[in-house]
Design a protein around this ligand. Structure first.
Ligand code: NAD
Ligand code: IPM
Ligand code: MN
Length: 363
């Protein structure tokens, strides 16, 4: 079986971290019998520079035609002056929307050896293993009307619209319940139902879906409290269900609990389980091109791809185990470095994962 992959390196550190993920994919192909063909495409600023658009038609066609997409990151300060619709981020949002990738899975897992790198005390993050399920194709990111309008007085007003249809809430809620069923069966739905009508409907629909999942313990939490609980006692959570914007914010916070945003992978799935796989972090322009970026979030995104879109759960476990082994060896990019660790560049980290995969195979 040959899987068709689309590789979109993007901007900033994107190409560096994707290069390490490709090393891993090559080893899986040549030494683990994982059949795939990969095409490369342009997205974000890299696409804008060549085609004048952050999501060229050719990229979208390739994305529609493949089994899974691996993406680095998009964006950078040089594109801030671009017209809004042509900014790199719009390319990524367009891809998510066009492929219908409504369920965004962002697991925050603490590798035990990284406890010292966490922003929280080790005893608060010991055993941390939570999954954020973020709605990804609706809410305030896509709501209409939107724009900046000018009043007669000359004063300008920025407008974005938060709206969700019941069907949009229901499908992502089902994804979250399904995931909870495979985990500890605890789901916390995050909203702002004390203020927002959209959240009131969100809560009602989630409760309705819960009737189909009697084994899952459902709770609700306001987003401000959820942010606080995440940094107070994060291990209380199993699965968190959020709308598009709350999930964006909470997942960066959750990332830091695991040591670094350079550790957090993601999967964005549609109804057919086709997926876009990308690290949660951005293009990190401040460290791009210096060999400082942590490639593990991207490599772990490959593991999620193997699991969720390509039906290769054993390879996914092998890859995750290899990452754990590299961390056990004490190898660290600067974002997760603590005194006594061994410093590694982006490429050295990728090479170490490849080596650990091979060692794992021999055992
Ligand atoms: P960022 O995630 O790019 O960077 C935040 C901080 O984390 C920076 O200090 C950066 O150096 C560090 N960091 C990020 N990834 C790292 C890694 N792998 N290893 C080590 N350190 C890492 O967020 P930002 O600075 O707010 O945004 C920069 C650009 O990226 C913006 O244009 C933004 O729109 C874009 N962005 C893109 C995505 C995406 O493509 N999915 C996600 C978030 C932000
Ligand atoms: C993310 C990013 C994106 C988002 C941006 C780059 C559009 O922050 O994937 O978390 O807000 O969804
Ligand atoms: Mn984000």
């Amino acid at each position: 079986m040959t899987h068709k992959l689309l590789i979109l390196p993007g901007d900033g550190i994107g190409p560096e971290i994707v290069a390490e993920a490709l090393k891993v994919l090559q080893v899986l192909k040549h030494e683990f019998d994982f059949g795939f063909e990969a095409e490369q495409g342009l997205i974000g600023g890299a696409a804008f520079d060549v085609d004048g658009h952050p999501l060229p038609r050719a990229t979208l066609d390739l994305a529609r035609d493949c089994d899974a997409v691996l993406l680095g990151a998009v964006g950078g300060p040089q594109y801030e002056a671009c017209p809004r619709e042509l900014r790199p981020e719009r390319g990524l949002l367009g891809l998510r929307y066009e492929l219908g990738l409504f369920a965004n899975l962002r697991p925050a897992l603490l590798y035990p050896r990284l406890a010292a790198a966490s922003a929280l005390k080790p005893e608060l993050v010991a055993g941390l293993d939570l999954m954020i399920v973020r709605e990804l194709t609706g809410g305030i990111y896509f709501g209409e009307p939107r724009g900046i309008r000018t009043h007669n007085s000359g004063e300008r007003e920025g407008v974005n619209t938060l709206s969700y249809r019941e069907s949009e809430i229901e499908r992502v809620a089902r994804s979250a319940f399904d995931i909870a069923m495979c985990r500890d069966k605890r789901l916390c739905s995050v909203d702002k139902a004390n203020v927002l009508e959209v959240s009131e409907l969100w809560r009602e629909v989630v409760q309705r879906v819960a009737a189909d999942y009697p084994q899952v313990q459902l709770t609700h939490m306001y987003v401000d409290n959820a942010a606080m609980q995440l940094v107070r006692a994060p291990t209380q959570f199993d699965v968190l269900l959020t709308d598009n914007m709350f999930g964006d914010i909470l997942s960066d916070a959750a990332a830091q609990l695991t040591g670094s945003i350079g550790m957090l992978p993601s999967a964005s799935l549609n109804a057919e389980r086709k997926g876009l796989y990308e690290p949660v972090h951005g293009s990190a322009p401040d460290i791009a091109g210096k060999g400082l970026a942590n490639p593990l979030a991207t490599i772990l995104s490959v593991a999620m791809m193997l699991r969720y879109s390509l039906n290769e759960p054993e390879l996914a476990v092998r890859l995750q185990t290899a990452v754990g082994r590299v961390l056990d060896q004490g190898l660290r990019t600067p974002d997760i470095y603590a005194r006594g660790d061994q410093r590694a560049s982006t490429a050295q980290m990728g090479d170490a994962v490849v080596l650990a995969l091979r060692e794992g195979q021999r055992e």
